[in-house]
Design a protein around this ligand. Structure first.
Ligand code: HEC
Length: 187
Protein backbone atom coordinates (compact mmCIF):
# COMPACT_ATOMS: atom_id res chain seq x y z
CA UNK A 1 0.00 0.00 0.00
CA UNK A 2 1.26 3.45 -0.83
CA UNK A 3 1.07 6.15 1.79
CA UNK A 4 -1.58 8.15 -0.14
CA UNK A 5 -4.01 5.13 -0.21
CA UNK A 6 -3.72 4.68 3.54
CA UNK A 7 -4.45 8.37 4.09
CA UNK A 8 -7.56 8.24 1.93
CA UNK A 9 -8.95 5.27 3.88
CA UNK A 10 -8.28 7.00 7.17
CA UNK A 11 -10.12 10.13 6.16
CA UNK A 12 -13.13 8.46 4.43
CA UNK A 13 -14.01 6.02 7.24
CA UNK A 14 -15.03 8.64 9.83
CA UNK A 15 -16.88 10.54 7.11
CA UNK A 16 -19.05 7.48 6.42
CA UNK A 17 -19.82 7.11 10.12
CA UNK A 18 -20.79 10.75 10.44
CA UNK A 19 -23.00 10.57 7.37
CA UNK A 20 -24.68 7.40 8.62
CA UNK A 21 -25.27 9.02 11.99
CA UNK A 22 -26.85 12.06 10.32
CA UNK A 23 -29.12 9.85 8.22
CA UNK A 24 -30.22 7.91 11.31
CA UNK A 25 -30.92 11.07 13.28
CA UNK A 26 -32.91 12.53 10.38
CA UNK A 27 -34.94 9.33 10.03
CA UNK A 28 -35.60 9.05 13.75
CA UNK A 29 -36.80 12.65 13.87
CA UNK A 30 -38.87 12.73 10.71
CA UNK A 31 -40.54 9.34 10.50
CA UNK A 32 -42.55 9.54 13.74
CA UNK A 33 -43.47 13.12 12.86
CA UNK A 34 -44.67 12.17 9.38
CA UNK A 35 -46.61 9.18 10.76
CA UNK A 36 -48.30 11.41 13.35
CA UNK A 37 -49.24 13.97 10.72
CA UNK A 38 -50.63 11.27 8.41
CA UNK A 39 -52.67 9.65 11.18
CA UNK A 40 -54.05 12.97 12.39
CA UNK A 41 -55.10 13.90 8.87
CA UNK A 42 -56.78 10.55 8.37
CA UNK A 43 -58.64 10.82 11.70
CA UNK A 44 -59.76 14.37 10.93
CA UNK A 45 -61.00 13.29 7.52
CA UNK A 46 -62.87 10.33 8.94
CA UNK A 47 -64.45 12.50 11.64
CA UNK A 48 -65.65 15.12 9.19
CA UNK A 49 -66.84 12.81 6.42
CA UNK A 50 -68.52 10.18 8.62
CA UNK A 51 -70.15 12.40 11.24
CA UNK A 52 -73.61 13.88 10.69
CA UNK A 53 -73.89 17.61 9.94
CA UNK A 54 -75.15 19.86 12.78
CA UNK A 55 -74.88 17.10 15.44
CA UNK A 56 -71.58 15.31 14.71
CA UNK A 57 -73.19 11.92 15.37
CA UNK A 58 -71.35 8.86 13.99
CA UNK A 59 -72.42 5.25 13.43
CA UNK A 60 -71.82 3.51 16.77
CA UNK A 61 -69.49 0.50 16.48
CA UNK A 62 -71.15 -2.90 17.01
CA UNK A 63 -74.76 -1.72 16.59
CA UNK A 64 -75.55 -4.73 14.40
CA UNK A 65 -75.16 -6.87 17.53
CA UNK A 66 -77.43 -4.69 19.69
CA UNK A 67 -80.65 -5.91 21.27
CA UNK A 68 -83.97 -5.43 19.52
CA UNK A 69 -86.42 -2.87 20.93
CA UNK A 70 -89.09 -3.29 18.25
CA UNK A 71 -89.54 -3.92 14.54
CA UNK A 72 -91.59 -1.57 12.37
CA UNK A 73 -92.94 -1.51 8.84
CA UNK A 74 -93.40 1.49 6.58
CA UNK A 75 -96.04 1.52 3.85
CA UNK A 76 -95.53 2.69 0.26
CA UNK A 77 -93.82 4.63 -1.17
CA UNK A 78 -90.95 3.74 1.18
CA UNK A 79 -91.94 0.08 1.56
CA UNK A 80 -89.49 -0.67 4.32
CA UNK A 81 -88.91 -3.13 7.10
CA UNK A 82 -87.24 -1.61 10.13
CA UNK A 83 -85.66 -2.68 13.37
CA UNK A 84 -85.00 -0.30 16.22
CA UNK A 85 -82.15 -1.50 18.43
CA UNK A 86 -80.42 0.07 21.40
CA UNK A 87 -77.22 -0.04 23.42
CA UNK A 88 -77.29 -1.45 26.97
CA UNK A 89 -78.13 1.95 28.50
CA UNK A 90 -81.17 2.15 26.21
CA UNK A 91 -82.31 -1.41 26.96
CA UNK A 92 -81.94 -0.89 30.73
CA UNK A 93 -83.98 2.33 30.56
CA UNK A 94 -86.71 0.66 28.48
CA UNK A 95 -86.93 -2.28 30.87
CA UNK A 96 -87.13 0.00 33.89
CA UNK A 97 -89.69 2.20 32.10
CA UNK A 98 -87.38 5.14 32.76
CA UNK A 99 -88.06 8.54 31.12
CA UNK A 100 -86.27 10.68 30.12
CA UNK A 101 -83.61 8.36 28.76
CA UNK A 102 -80.25 8.82 30.54
CA UNK A 103 -77.20 10.38 28.88
CA UNK A 104 -75.31 7.75 26.90
CA UNK A 105 -78.49 6.20 25.49
CA UNK A 106 -78.11 5.34 21.79
CA UNK A 107 -81.02 4.25 19.60
CA UNK A 108 -80.45 2.96 16.08
CA UNK A 109 -83.10 2.39 13.46
CA UNK A 110 -82.03 0.00 10.73
CA UNK A 111 -84.11 -0.17 7.55
CA UNK A 112 -84.40 -2.37 4.47
CA UNK A 113 -86.60 -2.46 1.38
CA UNK A 114 -89.32 -4.98 2.11
CA UNK A 115 -89.64 -7.70 -0.48
CA UNK A 116 -91.64 -10.82 -1.01
CA UNK A 117 -89.83 -13.97 0.01
CA UNK A 118 -88.75 -16.12 -2.93
CA UNK A 119 -89.31 -19.17 -0.71
CA UNK A 120 -92.79 -18.50 0.62
CA UNK A 121 -95.40 -16.30 -1.07
CA UNK A 122 -96.95 -14.63 1.97
CA UNK A 123 -93.66 -13.91 3.71
CA UNK A 124 -91.95 -10.50 3.57
CA UNK A 125 -88.19 -10.35 4.04
CA UNK A 126 -85.55 -7.62 4.13
CA UNK A 127 -84.12 -6.58 0.76
CA UNK A 128 -81.34 -4.04 0.30
CA UNK A 129 -80.38 -1.92 3.32
CA UNK A 130 -81.61 1.67 2.87
CA UNK A 131 -80.75 3.93 5.80
CA UNK A 132 -79.40 3.71 9.31
CA UNK A 133 -80.67 6.40 11.69
CA UNK A 134 -79.15 7.20 15.04
CA UNK A 135 -80.23 9.15 18.12
CA UNK A 136 -77.66 9.83 20.85
CA UNK A 137 -78.66 11.24 24.25
CA UNK A 138 -76.44 13.96 25.68
CA UNK A 139 -78.55 16.45 27.58
CA UNK A 140 -75.83 19.12 27.70
CA UNK A 141 -74.42 18.90 24.20
CA UNK A 142 -77.82 18.61 22.51
CA UNK A 143 -79.84 20.79 24.89
CA UNK A 144 -81.40 22.66 21.95
CA UNK A 145 -82.94 19.48 20.51
CA UNK A 146 -84.40 17.80 23.58
CA UNK A 147 -81.03 16.30 24.54
CA UNK A 148 -80.84 14.20 21.36
CA UNK A 149 -78.25 14.29 18.58
CA UNK A 150 -79.38 12.88 15.24
CA UNK A 151 -77.60 11.10 12.39
CA UNK A 152 -78.91 9.56 9.20
CA UNK A 153 -76.58 7.40 7.10
CA UNK A 154 -76.70 5.81 3.67
CA UNK A 155 -73.94 3.31 2.89
CA UNK A 156 -72.14 4.48 6.02
CA UNK A 157 -72.10 8.14 4.93
CA UNK A 158 -74.20 10.89 6.55
CA UNK A 159 -76.89 12.55 4.44
CA UNK A 160 -76.99 16.33 3.94
CA UNK A 161 -77.70 19.06 6.45
CA UNK A 162 -81.21 19.80 5.11
CA UNK A 163 -82.36 16.29 6.03
CA UNK A 164 -80.85 16.62 9.49
CA UNK A 165 -82.92 19.76 10.06
CA UNK A 166 -86.13 17.70 9.81
CA UNK A 167 -85.38 15.10 12.50
CA UNK A 168 -86.13 16.89 15.73
CA UNK A 169 -89.18 18.75 14.42
CA UNK A 170 -91.07 15.54 13.59
CA UNK A 171 -90.07 13.73 16.79
CA UNK A 172 -90.92 16.82 18.85
CA UNK A 173 -94.31 17.36 17.23
CA UNK A 174 -95.51 13.82 17.92
CA UNK A 175 -93.74 12.22 20.87
CA UNK A 176 -92.39 15.03 23.03
CA UNK A 177 -94.09 13.45 26.07
CA UNK A 178 -92.07 10.23 25.61
CA UNK A 179 -88.70 12.00 25.48
CA UNK A 180 -89.07 12.41 21.69
CA UNK A 181 -88.89 8.65 21.11
CA UNK A 182 -91.56 6.88 19.05
CA UNK A 183 -90.59 3.25 19.55
CA UNK A 184 -91.96 1.34 22.52
CA UNK A 185 -90.42 -1.89 23.75
CA UNK A 186 -92.04 -4.79 21.87
CA UNK A 187 -93.84 -7.07 24.32
C1 HEC B 1 -91.79 12.89 9.50
C2 HEC B 1 -91.44 12.32 10.78
C3 HEC B 1 -90.03 11.90 11.07
C4 HEC B 1 -88.85 12.52 10.71
C5 HEC B 1 -88.65 13.76 9.86
C6 HEC B 1 -87.78 11.75 11.32
N1 HEC B 1 -88.30 10.70 12.02
FE1 HEC B 1 -87.24 9.39 13.14
N2 HEC B 1 -88.92 8.34 13.48
C7 HEC B 1 -90.17 8.63 13.02
C8 HEC B 1 -91.10 7.56 13.36
C9 HEC B 1 -92.57 7.52 13.05
C10 HEC B 1 -90.35 6.60 14.06
C11 HEC B 1 -90.85 5.27 14.63
C12 HEC B 1 -90.29 4.07 13.92
C13 HEC B 1 -90.77 3.94 12.51
O1 HEC B 1 -91.98 4.01 12.25
O2 HEC B 1 -89.94 3.78 11.62
C14 HEC B 1 -88.98 7.13 14.13
C15 HEC B 1 -87.95 6.49 14.77
C16 HEC B 1 -86.67 6.95 14.83
C17 HEC B 1 -85.62 6.30 15.58
C18 HEC B 1 -85.79 5.17 16.57
C19 HEC B 1 -86.19 5.77 17.94
C20 HEC B 1 -87.63 6.27 17.97
O3 HEC B 1 -87.84 7.49 18.16
O4 HEC B 1 -88.53 5.45 17.79
C21 HEC B 1 -84.47 6.98 15.29
C22 HEC B 1 -83.10 6.67 15.83
C23 HEC B 1 -84.81 8.04 14.38
N3 HEC B 1 -86.17 8.01 14.14
C24 HEC B 1 -83.91 8.95 13.86
C25 HEC B 1 -84.26 9.97 13.01
C26 HEC B 1 -83.31 10.84 12.36
C27 HEC B 1 -81.81 10.77 12.52
C28 HEC B 1 -84.02 11.72 11.59
C29 HEC B 1 -83.51 12.82 10.69
C30 HEC B 1 -82.54 12.49 9.69
C31 HEC B 1 -85.42 11.38 11.77
N4 HEC B 1 -85.54 10.34 12.63
C32 HEC B 1 -86.44 12.07 11.16
C33 HEC B 1 -90.54 9.78 12.39
C34 HEC B 1 -89.66 10.73 11.88
Amino acid sequence: MTSTETEEKRSSFPTVIVLAAIVIVVLLTCVPYLVTVALAEEAAERATTDASPIFGVTLPPGYKQWELIAPAEEAAPLDELRAVVGNQTAIDAYQAGKLPFPDGTILVKRAWKRKQSSDFASATVPGAATTVQVMVKDSQKYAATGGWGFGRFINGKPVDEAQHRTCFACHEARVKNRDYVFTRLAP
